[in-house]
Design a protein around this ligand. Sequence first.
Ligand SMILES: Cc1cc2nc3c(=O)[nH]c(=O)nc-3n(C[C@H](O)[C@H](O)[C@H](O)COP(=O)(O)O)c2cc1C
Length: 278
Amino acid sequence: MELIEIKDILSKYIKGNGLLLTAILVIMVHGFSTKLYAWLRGKKQEVVKEYNHPLHADDRPHIPYKAKKYSKSEMLSRSKDFYELLNARRSVRFFSDEDVPLELIKNVVQTAGTAPSGAHTEPWTFVVVKTPEMKEKIKVIVEKEEEINYKQRMGNKWVDDLKAMNTNWKKPYLSKAPYIIVLFKQVYGTTEEGERKTHYYHEISASIASGLLLAALQNVGLVTLTSTPLNAGTALRDLLGRPKNEKVLLLLPVGYPSEECTVPNLKRKPIEDIMLLA
Ligand SMILES: Cc1cc2nc3c(=O)[nH]c(=O)nc-3n(C[C@H](O)[C@H](O)[C@H](O)COP(=O)(O)O)c2cc1C
């Protein structure tokens, strides 16, 4: 077949099906441009997101930073002293009802709030409970759930593992300790425009803050019990009137240990077991 003939056949075909071909062409162009537009929009949003990143914002210019410098011997003695201080920390389940000044609690919470956080989102709320009525309500909620945890929800292994702690579902210290600090992690936040704000690594960030809180309490001679009120989170959140973006991370009774306080005779792992040189 000659080239001229092929051309003739094609032009006849195109003339006969012009409308159909135009429609196919329009659909293809539309599909392609829609995809291109969506891709470009995505790119723009990525850029805007990055630009709004708190660490990149124009209104937060970098400032000079210097760390306090000690002599080597000072560093050594400070490191030992700090270790001794924190090594003396224990989880306490027997509290005295001796009062603690609120200012002390404010200072330790402020210390906890110096923790690093994903993209500086500071995803934590420390609700400090002081009134006997509120502490009693918390105790009722926690004990109710703990009784079900011990008797029904959790297996024998869990109950066995906890034997060394000598714990059960009764938590008298929750009404005895002068304070209960309920630490909420903020799963997400809200921007000034009312949009949902991502809280990167909220659980890790709030957990680091809780570590600083424990150290700060130890530093002033106060004690606490790091506790996770299993299945009581929603009831506690409702009781304390916290919003839906917050979830209970830890419940921490705070105060002095009672005169007759005892703790399980636990040993900590030696340095060889927790540190490796690579
Ligand atoms: C995340 C976490 C959750 C805990 N939950 C509870 C708890 O619900 N009840 C409790 O009595 N102790 C709880 N503990 C305390 C541990 O039992 C305690 O830290 C551990 O036995 C070591 O003792 P120490 O804190 O005196 O070094 C918890 C500790 C951590 C870190």
